[in-house]
Design a binder for this molecule. Structure first.
Ligand code: 13P
Ligand code: SF4
Length: 304
């Protein structure tokens, strides 16, 4: 029974002083045993003050690396060693070092979905929920925004006073949908509001009634008086919202909006992590932690 595994996890994590952080894309049975759940920004802020000596991150690798940078003395475990973020692995330090040479007067803004190694040469990190607020405050009109060109162009549209240089990166889960997919689902549900993650292409985002992070989308749907919503992000959010708001209707933008990396973690993985037979203990050298933490600290300072 799922509840038996959950009880065992709760017992063992208390006994061993282990905290569990989970991104909201995780399955409900994992969210139920977590100490804290949220979007990337909320998880990063929470990572600073987890009281436990061991922290398990149920999400993807860059999230576990962020926890390690913010709590270097803790043992940090990624719940499933294969859960990476393809966008984070799209651009490396060598490539961006070369690009920086072409734009020496630009502030380098890195989406938090980047490797710790790449963060060591960036000025400030952002998440989908904090990007606009942070980019507005940057004391430089010239910004090199990496790696997500969709999030970057959503920001650029709202900050015409800034010159924002984008590169051709993005999330393979969100960026595969086109305007035609949106028009089709909107035609099927003409009364539904369309809530979209800014990792989607501009041709998708332009049809949105609301654009925001995973948590932003969930909060908007819960607080709205509307009764029907099309969810333009990973389909786990459709299920979470349907469970949370049984009197409302939620529809996926597409059945294919699934991030296999975010879905890789199972409840058994979490149990085995606690038992020490699964997961990946995050190891980072001191120099990387110090350099990669700077843009994260800057994000938390400017993000509030
Ligand atoms: P959020 O910061 O909105 O949770 O985004 C994380 C992510 O990877 C979305 O695909
Ligand atoms: Fe990375 Fe996209 Fe998956 Fe988010 S949904 S973890 S950005 S691949």
């Amino acid at each position: 029974m799922i509840s038996d595994i959950q009880k065992e996890i709760l017992r063992l994590k208390k006994e061993n002083d282990i905290g569990i952080l989970a991104h909201v894309y995780q399955n409900p049975e994992i969210l139920e045993v977590a100490d804290f759940t949220g979007d990337s920004y909320a998880l990063a802020v929470k990572a600073q003050d987890m009281p436990n000596k061991t922290v398990i991150m149920c999400g993807v690798r860059f999230m576990a690396e962020t926890v390690k940078m913010l709590s270097p003395d803790k043992k940090v475990i990624l719940s499933n060693k294969d859960a990476g973020c393809p966008m984070a692995e799209m651009m490396d330090k060598e490539l961006i070092s070369e690009v920086k040479k072409q734009y020496p007067d630009h502030t380098v803004v890195a989406y938090i979905n980047t490797t710790s190694e790449l963060k060591t040469i960036c000025d400030v990190c952002v998440t989908s929920s904090s990007a606009l607020k942070i980019c507005k405050q940057i004391d430089n009109d010239k910004i090199l925004f990496i790696p997500d060109c969709n999030l970057g162009s959503w920001i650029a549209d709202q900050l015409p006073e800034k010159q924002i240089k984008l590169l051709n990166g993005g999330c393979p889960t969100h960026a595969k949908f086109n305007e035609d997919d949106v028009l089709k689902v909107k035609e099927e549900h003409p009364d539904a509001l369309f809530l979209v993650h800014p990792e989607c292409k501009p041709e998708v985002v332009k049809h949105a009634d609301y654009v925001g992070s995973t948590t932003g989308i969930m909060n908007y749907a819960k607080e709205s008086d509307a009764k029907e919503f099309i969810i333009g992000t990973e389909n786990s959010i459709v299920s979470h919202l349907q469970l949370a708001c049984p009197d409302k209707m939620f529809y996926a933008m597409s059945k294919d909006c699934v991030c296999h990396n975010m879905r890789a973690t199972t409840l058994v993985d979490v149990l085995n992590c606690i038992k020490g037979t699964s997961g990946d203990v995050i190891e980072m050298d001191e120099a990387t932690i110090v350099a990669a933490k700077k843009p994260i600290d800057e994000m938390i300072k400017l993000g509030g």
